[in-house]
Design a protein around this ligand. Structure first.
Ligand code: GLV
Ligand code: MN
Ligand code: MN
Length: 414
């Protein structure tokens, strides 16, 4: 490795994060830049422009991934990839994903300021729609890159029957060309993602840097409850088949099952009814939710336990339930690359804390393509997916310094 690089320019990083926080939907709470919205396109155009100004070879692919490449000295060496996502959840914050994208741009700036030319190409990416959509598909851009955004995912539909493909097209993207967004794994040496922790452990431990061991698996479910429509004033309580009451019991079952598991969590996203009227008993209700766990067997068990409680709920409420789910298994980060990140942290003066991620990340998809590792920086109060989400600029700067070091250490390997 050649001479030491300068540190991150946190003033530029601050300005970039602040600028992105202006490209949001003002009709929604917090800092909302939803995948395939007008504001999402504006942010991606801005990032594309930043990459051009850095002299990268830039393209925005058919699904909205913005990809910039800095040529390396060895044209035969595969690329080191760094980045994250710039979309947010509705009502989200200013840092989730954004720190990894702005941080990756700053790594390029640090290398350029320090006149360091890597041997490998450096690919900087802002992945499209990591946070998912009403169609229930997360990690859209990284799935496209990994070749796992297939016809079934593109045909997934929301409550109104609108498909993911239609949503993408409405945002100016070209889902019919998804195949051309796919990367060749032989071209990728490693993926490194800087991200905020979104939980309380780094802060509690007084640690500045985390290295992720594994990322949660997620079982997403849709529970349809079929009851009987009846008059709310004349039907005795004892003879009702109230779909909404069964749904309410199912919500609490999710909470109970997850709370009594070792490390699982369970969350309901929505409960809807086809008859939102006080004078009519609900005939149909739908509950959407998810379980998460670090362990695939535990995840399966959470879902099976939930499925096992439904006959009793049906018996209690006189209803019939249908449960559908899909499971995305946990992803394990590459051990050697994670050790390299910990070494990068050590060189930057930090003892890295190894920790599990209960949030999902583009690293899940990338880990199937290439050795992948994640660097976490602290979230104040552990808060995330809320307007109060905050990470101190000094911590972001430390994370970028570790990412820069990690890129350089990885560059020294074949
Ligand atoms: C995204 O942040 C998720 O964990 O769902
Ligand atoms: Mn994120
Ligand atoms: Mn998120």
């Amino acid at each position: 490795m050649s001479s030491a690089s300068s540190g991150a320019d946190t003033a530029w990083v601050d300005e970039a994060i602040k600028h992105l926080s202006t490209l949001v939907d003002s009709d929604l709470p917090g800092w909302s830049r939803i995948g395939f919205s007008e504001q999402d396109a504006a942010a991606r155009d801005w990032i594309h422009q930043q990459m051009l100004e850095l002299g990268l070879d830039v393209r925005t692919d058919p699904v909205g991934n913005v990809i910039g490449r800095l040529e390396g000295q060895d044209p035969n060496a595969p690329d080191i990839v760094i980045g994250s996502h710039s979309d947010t959840v509705p009502g989200g914050g200013r840092f989730d994903g954004i720190v990894g994208v702005v941080g990756a741009l700053e790594v390029v700036r640090v290398l350029q300021r320090s006149n360091i030319r890597l041997r490998h190409g450096l690919r900087v990416v802002d992945f499209s729609n990591e946070e998912g959509n009403p169609q229930g598909i997360k990690l859209v851009g990284s799935r496209a890159v990994a070749g796992t955004l297939g016809p079934e995912a593109l045909a997934a539909s929301d409550e109104e029957g609108r498909t993911l493909a239609a949503l993408m097209a409405s945002g100016g993207r070209s889902p019919q060309e998804v195949g051309s967004a796919r990367w060749n794994r032989r071209d990728i040496a490693a993926y490194l993602e800087l991200h905020i922790e979104q939980g309380p452990r780094l802060e509690a431990a007084g640690a500045s840097i985390g290295v992720v061991t594994r990322i949660c698996g997620i079982s997403t479910f849709v529970l349809d409850v079929h009851g009987r429509r009846d008059h709310a004033g004349t039907t005795p309580m004892s003879t009702r088949a109230d779909a909404l009451c069964c749904a309410a019991d199912a919500v609490l079952a999710v909470q109970r099952i997850a709370a009594s598991s070792d490390d699982g969590v369970g969350t309901v996203g929505a409960v809807t009814t086809t008859s939102p009227l006080t004078n009519t008993i609900s005939e149909e209700a739908r509950v959407t939710g998810e379980f998460r766990s670090a362990d695939e067997t535990d995840l399966e068990e959470l879902l099976q336990t939930f499925a096992g409680t439904l006959p009793a709920l049906d018996a209690r409420h006189g209803t019939r339930t249908d449960l559908a789910w899909k499971m995305d298994p946990p992803a394990i980060m590459d051990e050697a690359l994670s050790d390299l990140v910990a070494e990068a942290a050590r060189r930057a003066g930090h003892d890295a804390l190894r920790l599990y991620s209960g949030a999902t990340h583009d690293s899940v998809e990338m880990s199937a393509m290439a050795p992948s590792a994640m660097i976490f920086v602290p979230s104040v109060g552990g808060r995330s997916h809320c307007p109060e989400e905050w990470t101190d600029l000094a911590d972001i700067g430390r994370g970028i310094d570790v990412l820069t070091q990690a890129v350089r250490l990885r560059d020294d390997l074949p």
